[in-house]
Design a protein around this ligand. Structure first.
Ligand code: GLU
Length: 307
C-alpha cells in the first residue's frame, strides 16, 4: 500500500519544538510503513515568507535526521494548479466575489441583532454581505477575494453523499487523534452538523486578492498533487480539516476524479512549561537555539516525547 506523509512548514519563522514533533512523527510513520515522507514549503503568503527561513527550516530538518526526495513543492510556484481548482468551483456556481474588509465584517457582525463578533477556523465568520441571490456568471474574476457559498454547497449533489441522515444531517468524519504521550492514538469519530458548518465556519475564503488562493484551497490541491495519503498535523487544525474535506469533496468529480480522502492524524500539541501552546514567535523554543546550546537530535526527540 502506498503510504505518503508530508510536513508543510510556512517559512515565516524558525522551526520550533512543535514543528519538530510534527515533522518527526510524519517522518517516523512513513519510515515504519516503508512509505515516503515529502516536504512542502507553504509560502503562499509571499508578504510573510522568507527564503532565509526556508533555508533554516531545511537545515534544522536535516540535522534532525529527516530526509525527503526532491523536488520540494513550493506553493508560490503552483498557482496554475490552484487556478484549475478555482475554475471548477466557479463553474459550479459555488463562488462569489467579496469586497468586504475585516472592518466591514466586524461591523456587520457586531450589529445588535447579530451578537458579538465570532471567530471560526477561517477567521471572522462571514455574515454574508456580498453573497449574491443568483450565482455570478462569466469568467472567474482575477485578483479578487472569492468565498464559497457554504449553504449552497451543502445542499448540492457533491456534499450530500457525505452527510448521513441519522439524527438530522451530519457530516461523519473520523480521524486518528493522539490520546496520550508517545503518539498513542485512537480513532475518534467526529460528527459535524450542517448547522455547525454554516454557523461556526460560514462562507470561507478560497482565493485572496494578491495571493491567488487561500491556505485551505492550496493545501487540498497540494496534498492531492503530492499523493499524500496520511496528513499528520496538530490537533489545532481539526476544524481546518473540515474545511479541507469540504473542498476536496467539491473538487472530486470533475477535476480530481482520483481525489482520495487522506487519512487524518491529529497529534497532541507541544506546550511550554506553563502549558501554553508554542507559537511561531516563541523563538526560545527554536530548534536553532537548542542546537546552539549543544542539544543533540536525540535530545530533541526526548523533549517531544519521541525518545
Ligand atoms: N503551513 C501550515 C502550517 O504550518 C500547514 C499545516 C497543515 O496544513 O497541516 O501550519
Amino acid at each position: 500500500m502506498t503510504f505518503i506523509t508530508r510536513f508543510a512548514p510556512s517559512p515565516t519563522g524558525p522551526l520550533h519544538l512543535g514543528h519538530a514533533y510534527s515533522a518527526l512523527l510524519a517522518h517516523d510513520m512513513a519510515m515504519a510503513e516503508g512509505g515516503t515522507f515529502v516536504l512542502r514549503i507553504d509560502d503562499l503568503d509571499q508578504s510573510r515568507s522568507r527564503v532565509a527561513w526556508e533555508e533554516q527550516i531545511c537545515e534544522d530538518l536535516h540535522w534532525l535526521g529527516i530526509t525527503w526526495p526532491p523536488p520540494v513543492r513550493k506553493q508560490s510556484e503552483c498557482q496554475r494548479d490552484y487556478d484549475r481548482a478555482l475554475d471548477v468551483l466557479w463553474r459550479k456556481g459555488l463562488l462569489y466575489q467579496c469586497s468586504c474588509s475585516r472592518r466591514d465584517i466586524k461591523d456587520a457582525q457586531s450589529a445588535p441583532q447579530e451578537g458579538a463578533p465570532q471567530f471560526g477556523p477561517d477567521g471572522l465568520i462571514y455574515p454574508g454581505t456580498c453573497r449574491p441571490q443568483t450565482p455570478p456568471s462569466g469568467p472567474r474574476p482575477q485578483n479578487v477575494t472569492l468565498r464559497l457559498d457554504v449553504s449552497k454547497a451543502l445542499s448540492g449533489p457533491d456534499l450530500q453523499p457525505h452527510f448521513s441522515r441519522r439524527a438530522g444531517e451530519r457530516l461523519d468524519f473520523s480521524s486518528f487523534m493522539e490520546t496520550g504521550p508517545h503518539a498513542n492514538t485512537a480513532i475518534e469519530q467526529y460528527e459535524f452538523t450542517s448547522e455547525f458548518i454554516l454557523n461556526q465556519i460560514g462562507d470561507f475564503v478560497v482565493a485572496r486578492r494578491n495571493m491567488g488562493a487561500s491556505y485551505h484551497l492550496a493545501v487540498v490541491v497540494d496534498d492531492q498533487e503530492q499523493g499524500v495519503t496520511h496528513v499528520i498535523r496538530g490537533a489545532d487544525l481539526l476544524e481546518a480539516t473540515i474545511i479541507q474535506l469540504l473542498i476536496g469533496w467539491l473538487l472530486d468529480d470533475e477535476l480530481y476524479q482520483y481525489w482520495s480522502q487522506p487519512v487524518y492524524h491529529h497529534h497532541r500539541l507541544i506546550r511550554d512549561d506553563q502549558g501554553k501552546r508554542l507559537a511561531k514567535r516563541d523563538d526560545a523554543r527554536a530548534i536553532a537555539k537548542y542546537r546552539a546550546e549543544g542539544a543533540s537530535p536525540a535530545d530533541i526527540r526526548q523533549f517531544v516525547g519521541l525518545g
